[in-house]
Design a protein around this ligand. Structure first.
Ligand code: DSN
Length: 425
């Protein structure tokens, strides 16, 4: 039976993706193989537990596919252990907090308006209700450098049990060595939330926190890593039997994490997604993926240079990774939500975003966030970035001129349609 209503919506969404340019830095396009795994009969199976240690029968194939995903993830990130079951990034972070901490314990994370994520202690979230968050942040908005001296001072005073390196809107690299030295001094577990940059780490173009003494990393699998929507937790330490209790030691983090994901936080893993994760990790280990990652960074640098030439004020004046944050309020005199809507109108998709210490509220913030992972997958190169910046600039300056916006929209549609979606072939 064909559900025409949903089929039409799927077709409409595919058309939208094909005819526009996706600039949201946390989005990407998966391959046909990944789509196939996600739409496979693995979705029919319940598999509570872990490979070889399940609470349901019929696991002859699920055990193999989950173990494959685990082994590929470990190899990709040089981890001792991988838990590939978290449904998404927020529960992955939650699982690590609960594996190591007791309610009331302190976590040190990045100031939210400087780039930290909601799950790094935004007031109102479950983790912020249970744990005490203290902050580090950037020292200089022009360079984006983190104030490591102040971070150390606060850590010595507040004794966090976890120091969390990670962000969802920070365009520079963190100095993991400095995090590690502060963490070791205060006896904190070093955790990195690499959701945005996981693909770039796997592709070898950005540093891997595990090489600097970090014990645990969480990541989503669908951003630069270009896999299915989901998450995983990677850790260093001794891999034990997840059905048995273990002492709370840093060495036992892999087992503590396994026990917290299941049965602590989740029930049945989504085996179709785990199968797709296995495919994505294989794709990310191929030489073409390294080429892709290098191109993401080159495109980001070219796009940020082109935007600054057009008068966009970029936070930290550029980027070292795949994303940039533009201060629309100071560049154009209106807020980021207006920019998001205007650019949607011409087929360029990005998202409104707070800027450091934003005087405006999160729903109408000063900035927008954009990046190059998805357009690079589509096949755009450095030579196309000036054109993207030109369309953005023209549209924002003509934001009340429907005729001009219509003209640009047509150009974007013709251009974008000439680049296939990876799932076409
Ligand atoms: N929503 C993701 C992002 O856009 O960065 C993080 O949760």
């Amino acid at each position: 039976m064909d559900d025409k209503t949903v089929s039409k919506l799927i077709a409409a969404e595919e058309k939208r993706q094909r005819e526009g340019l996706e600039l949201i830095p946390s989005e990407n396009y998966v391959s046909r193989e990944i789509l196939k795994a996600m739409g496979s009969v693995f979705t029919n199976k319940y598999s509570e537990g872990y490979p070889g240690k399940r609470y349901y029968g019929g696991q002859v194939n699920t055990d193999v596919v989950e173990q494959l995903a685990i082994d590929r993830a470990k190899a990709l990130f040089k981890a001792d252990h991988a838990n590939v079951q978290p449904h998404s990034g927020a529960p992955a972070n939650e699982a690590v907090y609960h594996a190591w901490l007791e309610p009331g314990d302190t976590i040190m994370g990045m100031e939210l308006s400087h780039g930290g994520h909601l799950t790094h202690g935004r007031p109102g979230t479950i983790s912020a209700k249970l744990f005490n968050f203290v902050r580090y942040g950037i020292k200089d908005i022009e360079t984006g450098e983190i104030d490591y001296d102040l971070m150390r001072e606060i850590a010595l005073k507040t004794k966090p049990k976890v120091i969390l390196a990670g962000f969802s809107s920070y365009p520079r690299e963190l100095d993991y060595g400095k995090f590690a030295s502060i963490g070791n001094e205060v006896g904190a577990v070093l955790m990195a939330d690499i959701a945005h940059i996981a693909g770039l780490i796997a592709g070898g173009v950005l540093a891997n926190p595990l090489d600097f003494g970090f014990q645990v990393m969480t990541t989503t699998t669908h951003k630069t890593l270009r896999g299915p929507r989901g998450a995983m937790i990677l850790s260093k330490g001794k891999v034990g039997n997840p059905l048995q209790g273990v002492d709370k030691t840093v060495e036992n983090l892999p087992t503590l994490i396994d026990r917290t994901v299941f049965p602590g936080l989740q029930g049945g893993p989504h085996m179709h997604i785990i199968a797709a994760k296995a495919v994505a990790f294989h794709e990310a280990s191929q030489p073409e993926f390294k080429v892709y990652c290098k191109q993401v960074l080159k495109n980001a640098k070219a796009l940020s240079d082109a935007l600054m030439k057009k008068g966009f004020k970029l936070i930290t004046n550029g980027t070292d990774n795949h994303m940039m944050v533009a201060d629309i309020q100071s560049s154009f005199g209106f807020d980021g939500s207006i920019a998001e809507k205007t650019l949607d109108r011409i087929g360029l998709t990005l998202n409104k975003n707070v800027i450091p210490d934003d005087p405006l509220p999160p729903y109408k913030p000063s900035g927008v966030r954009l990046g190059t992972p998805a357009i690079t997958t589509r096949g755009l190169g450095v030579e196309h970035m000036a054109q993207v910046a030109e369309w953005m600039n023209k549209a924002l300056r003509a934001r009340n001129d429907e005729t001009e916006l219509g003209k640009i929209a047509k150009q974007v549609k013709a251009f974008a349609s000439s680049f296939p979606l990876p799932s076409d072939s």
